[in-house]
Write a protein that binds this ligand. Structure first.
Ligand code: AMP
Ligand code: MG
Length: 418
């Protein structure tokens, strides 16, 4: 196992160890944002019949070919058809049918003219009236054709597509109320650290609240997974080994935070090595160099660092793609934007650095990125107030204000093309 690997290698390694989970069937309302696991087909033509896009009169376009402002053409209104009804009778030359939006176009009609441009010569425009037209009508004008959106039997959503809110309407229209999708991963989240107390407690001397488990559970949820926060784990080999042994039986993916470095009380690496196969320990990034990954009892175990920002960035950059792959997603990169740095940034660490930052547009419409002053890896609040991470590549090249830098957006879906 190499000592330190690049972020790309780390991501590829973890992705290579996970697969899409089994398929389950869920209601279309629960399928929003999730990946269709099979091709979905319409049972009928959508729409099932040619219908009017306007309230107006169904006509024969030929009848109006010579119509003009000076020589209006008059037609007899012989019937009326509302949405939900049909008019199955004939419509001879010289006749028209009053029609409402959504109503089937009579067989003998081939265009619809909207009310607003039709004059009433006698009557009230209803059957028995005579109406006049002062413009020709294009054949098929204001008609929505049968099968315009989908043909019976045609694939309307392909396997692998992410189902959108509009897609739910599309599916409903095609008679599909339940869809096969990849099951959400069940993810255990365990904080390791003898200094930790639960957030509902007031920490006594030397103790701090466990904030990581909550942030990571939120991250799991945002990635489509189902998190379970396990009890805090003491900094002992035995305590951690028991938790990892049990969690790898009960869950699809196990995440720990803390105890990932080389200190006297850091046990995630030896525990994964003892119980399974240790595949990675160190990634060339900051914050969060100490990223442990391995397989125990066939289940991926990821040991994030304890520092909140380091745990967060490790999740974002490496674990999130894996949880997405388990749900059938194929896009793993959050959108990126190139922006002008708002200030000088000195680089005195050769690792790739993710600067928690705020991206905005200035008055000229250019993207500007302002890295937070305090880049301590111990802080969640700075990330709460950030909307991106500016990326300082590997090496020692400092950057000056105004130079261009790539930023990865936070909380924006991988699928969005910005
Ligand atoms: P470690 O990776 O265990 O050396 O922890 C690094 C730093 O992160 C220490 O200051 C820990 O107290 C802190 N830390 C570890 N776990 C958590 C947690 N679950 N919530 C908040 N801070 C933590
Ligand atoms: Mg610790």
């Amino acid at each position: 196992m190499p000592d330190m690997i690049s972020l790309e290698e780390a991501r590829a390694l973890v992705l290579s160890q996970v697969e899409a989970l089994p398929v389950e069937t869920v209601s279309i309302l629960d399928a929003v944002g999730r990946v269709a696991a099979a091709d979905l087909r319409s049972d009928i033509d959508i729409s099932p019949f040619a219908h009017s896009a306007m309230d107006g009169f169904a006509v024969r376009a030929d009848d109006l070919a010579a119509a003009s402002e000076d020589a209006a053409v008059e037609l007899d209104v012989i019937a009326e058809v509302a949405a939900g009804e049909t008019y199955d009778g004939p419509m001879a030359s010289g006749q028209c049918v009053r029609i409402m939006t959504g109503a089937p176009v009579p067989d003998d009609a081939d265009a619809v003219v909207k009310y607003e441009v039709v004059g009433v010569v006698s009557g009230d425009g209803k059957p028995g009236s005579r109406v006049s037209f002062s413009h020709p009508a294009q054949p098929r004008a204001n008609i929505r054709e049968a099968g315009e959106e989908a043909k019976a039997g045609e694939v309307i959503v392909e396997a692998g597509e992410v189902i959108s809110t509009a897609g739910v309407g599309f599916l409903a229209g095609c008679g599909i109320l339940d869809v096969p999708i990849y099951r959400r991963p069940r993810v255990a989240v365990a904080a390791i650290g003898s200094e930790l107390v639960n957030p509902d407690e007031l920490p006594t001397a030397g103790k701090i609240r466990n904030s990581n488990s909550y942030a990571l559970a939120a991250c799991v949820q945002a990635a489509g997974g189902v998190p379970t926060i396990l009890p805090i784990v003491e900094d002992t080999h035995e305590a951690l080994a028991q938790v990892v042994r049990e969690a790898t039986c009960d869950y699809d993916f196990v995440i720990t935070s803390g105890g990932a470095s080389n200190g006297d009380f850091d046990f995630i690496k030896p525990v994964v090595e003892d119980l399974g196969e240790l595949l990675m320990t160190t990634v060339n990034m900051r914050p969060g160099k100490a990223q442990t990954f391995g397989i125990v009892q066939g289940t991926p175990v990821f040991g994030l660092p304890g520092n909140p920002a380091a745990a967060y960035v490790g999740f974002e950059m490496i674990i999130r793609p894996a949880l997405r792959k388990m749900q059938g997603y194929t896009h793993f990169e959050r959108p990126r934007v190139v922006a002008k740095l708002s200030r000088d940034v000195k680089k005195n660490d050769p690792r790739r650095i993710f600067l928690r930052s705020t991206l905005y547009k200035n008055d000229e419409g250019d993207y500007v990125v302002a890295p937070a002053k305090n880049q301590s890896s111990g802080l969640f609040g700075v990330i709460q107030r950030s909307n991106c991470m500016a990326i300082m590549p590997e090496g020692l090249e400092s950057r000056s204000a105004g130079s261009l830098i790539e930023c990865v957006l936070l909380d924006v879906a991988e699928e969005s093309s910005l």
